[in-house]
Design a protein around this ligand. Structure first.
Ligand code: R5P
Length: 292
């Protein structure tokens, strides 16, 4: 197998190639003065199983274009099998038409990935809550992996926890809280969230007792930090001892990190689906397991 390291996932691609003990290549990329992108795979892909790893984090349009060019080039140059590994899958939040006339962005990017000849797709904790299985949006095999157990393991390996409890900050985070809770053999629950504006949310707890216990709030994304801050405030109000903030994709818009720290998180950690300074957990092992 040959791993092609997209520019948004170069470190993760290196980790995956190292664990798989397979070849790795970095594409040659140039931006023309008019903003067009040039991409070249500087390796012989003919007859190879090629996996392109490219997150479509900021800037998403540029990163998607790079992904399309690399997938198409691999197919066109005679790769045996072409796999797209998109650790952070942008545009997944618009997974339906909320208002008449809207483009369903998730559907659009999915069609584009497939149309360049991709044989298989992997992503991690895709934010598409209204879709039960991502196979519904792709015709080729598509698998949505989860990093929640890895985040739970990081917590357990690094802290001496008192009666831990895992909390999802909203209904959509139930699955991640459950999966992390199971991995830790700990209680888990989720809260109820109402979004009041782009940076403002209102969160209410459900039934779980957190007094005197260590809590990890787990979400797929920390973007502005608003959701995490509100969840931490509520846990503090209900007497949680230490609170840890974990997410798969650290978008970290503006001063999100500062806000979550100020709210009182003992530690904030994320995976390397987006390469950030809080990317303390690598998703390489789950990608390697899935590919194998
Ligand atoms: C929303 O449903 C997501 O799962 C996250 O809770 C959300 O994207 C976090 O955004 P923010 O950090 O801006 O509150």
């Amino acid at each position: 197998m040959l791993i092609v390291a997209g520019s948004a996932s170069s470190k993760l691609a290196e980790r995956v190639a190292k664990q798989l003990k397979c070849k790795l290549t970095k594409p040659e990329l140039k931006l023309f003065p008019d903003g067009e992108l040039y991409a070249r795979i500087p390796a012989d892909v003919k007859g190879e199983d090629v996996a392109i790893i490219q997150s479509t984090c900021y800037p998403p349009n540029r990163n998607y274009m790079e992904l399309f060019l690399l997938l198409d080039a691999a197919r066109d140059l005679g790769a045996e099998e072409v796999t797209a590994i998109v650790p952070y899958f942008a545009y997944a939040r618009q997974d339906k038409r909320f208002k008449e006339g809207e483009a369903v962005s998730l559907q659009t990017v999915s069609k584009l990935i497939e149309s360049v000849g991709t044989d298989k797709i992997y992503t991690i904790d895709m934010h598409a809550h209204r879709i039960g299985d991502i196979q519904e949006i792709f015709k080729v095999p598509a698998i949505n992996l989860t990093a929640a157990p890895l985040l739970a393991k990081y917590l357990a390996d690094n802290y001496r926890l008192k009666d831990p409890v895992i909390i999802g900050p909203d209904e959509e985070a139930e699955g991640w809280a459950k999966s992390a809770g199971k991995a830790l053999d700990a209680d888990w629950d989720y809260m109820v969230k109402k979004r009041l504006g782009p940076e403002e949310v209102e969160i209410k707890p459900r039934k779980l007792e957190v007094e005197g216990r260590d809590a990890m709030v787990i979400d797929d994304i920390i973007s502005t930090g608003g959701t995490m801050v509100e969840a931490i405030k509520i846990l503090k109000k209900h007497g949680a001892r230490k609170i840890y903030a974990a997410c798969t994709h650290a978008i970290l818009a503006g001063d999100a990190l500062g806000k979550v720290r100020k709210a009182g998180a003992e530690d904030i950690f994320a995976t390397d689906t987006i390469e950030q300074k809080i990317s303390k957990v690598s998703v390489a092992p789950i990608i390697v397991d899935a590919i194998r």
